[in-house]
Write a protein that binds this ligand. Structure first.
Ligand SMILES: Nc1ncnc2c1ncn2[C@@H]1O[C@H](COP(=O)(O)OP(=O)(O)OP(=O)(O)O)[C@@H](O)[C@H]1O
Length: 314
């Protein structure tokens, strides 16, 4: 990814880059969890940070929010350094962490009423509960909410007051398919309203369904990043077919299994050649690489420039 902005603009400006990270490193003692990461998130997009367990996604998000001190690099979120201007950033960004830790005796309504008094953003508790699909559980004790309902309450804090940037750390972990669909719809609605969403997820289909751009992180580094189409181009597409001549016995048919980085061109060449030769292509399939394949390639080290990491993992 390349940066188009070099200067930091104050929060609330129309700069194209909502998150602008250069050479970010986060270390825990001698262990480098985030290793010279560059990342940009553009205004109004959904950006999904994917990666293996322990890749450094949460540490990166924490550094972006000023929760974690960086050991190197520069970070600008809405034009501000999160280690310097925490208060202004809090007002402009909403966060859904992995465990918000509500008081068990609170209710969704009382939790949001408390949040209303703490947050610098203004919103209406009932309206927000409606948006996240918790209106019918507004007076149930938090300790009696299901796991998915608690995630919705976490989400309510993030969307409270319609912040410019929403950061969601594994938002659908533990959600049933119905709750996940509701959350996806909400993320799309937020994006359509101009909100920028930065999320982490372990679900590749979630990134495929929601993200305008993705990055795959492995061992502290970003191995690939870009739009889904750009990332998928990192791996060859596949063409399979059974090529036969009419009237030929089935045993004489030729099974084709081709890999190509030029799917359209090679598919056309194959079709034209078969046509010229009077051959039939049965069971013809042309499939671009999947995000899953790219992910596995990253883990195998086929795509990453994995540097040596200092120290040992915990
Ligand atoms: N407070 C800490 N002290 C020491 N090591 C830590 C600490 N927090 C995280 N780490 C280590 O840093 C690495 C990155 O952790 P991080 O939580 O950022 O990864 P992640 O990509 O979010 O992982 P996951 O997908 O498993 O949640 C891991 O190896 C983890 O063990």
């Amino acid at each position: 990814m390349t940066s188009t902005a070099t200067a930091s603009a104050p929060a609330g400006t129309t700069s194209d880059l909502v998150v602008d990270v250069r050479g970010l490193s986060v270390t825990y003692g001698a262990f480098t969890a985030v290793d010279a990461v560059d990342l940009d998130v553009r205004r109004g997009e959904v950006f999904a940070l994917l990666g293996t367990n322990g890749a450094g996604k949460t540490s990166t998000l924490e550094a972006l929010q000023g929760f974690r001190r960086r050991s190197a690099g520069s970070v600008a979120v809405l034009g501000e350094d999160p280690m310097v201007s925490t208060r202004r950033l809090r007002a402009a960004s909403g966060t859904m962490v992995q465990e918000a830790g509500f008081v068990p005796e609170a209710t969704p309504l009382s939790a949001l009423q408390l949040w209303a008094s703490l947050s610098s953003r203004v919103d209406d508790a009932d309206a927000v509960l409606e948006r996240v699909g918790l209106a019918h559980r507004r007076t149930v004790l938090v300790k009696d909410l299901s796991g998915g309902e608690k995630r919705r309450l976490d989400l309510a804090l993030a969307v409270w007051g319609a912040p410019e940037l929403i950061v969601l750390d594994e938002p659908t972990t533990g959600l049933d398919p119905e709750s996940r669909a509701t959350l996806w719809a909400l993320v799309r609605e937020l994006r359509d309203g101009g909100t920028t969403v930065l999320m982490t997820t372990h679900h590749l289909e979630e990134a495929e369904a929601l993200a305008d751009r993705v990055a795959i992180m492995h061992r502290g580094r970003i191995a690939v990043a870009g739009t889904l189409a750009e990332v998928l181009r990192e791996r060859p597409a596949r063409i399979t077919a059974v090529r036969r001549h009419p009237g030929q016995p089935a045993a004489a048919a030729e099974h084709l299994d081709l890999r190509t980085r030029h799917l359209q061109r090679d598919l056309l060449a194959l079709l034209l050649e078969a046509d010229r030769a009077g051959a039939v292509l049965d069971q013809l399939r042309a499939t671009p690489a999947s995000l899953e394949e790219v992910f596995h390639a990253v883990v195998r080290g086929d795509l990453a420039t994995t540097p040596a990491r200092e120290g040992a993992s915990r």
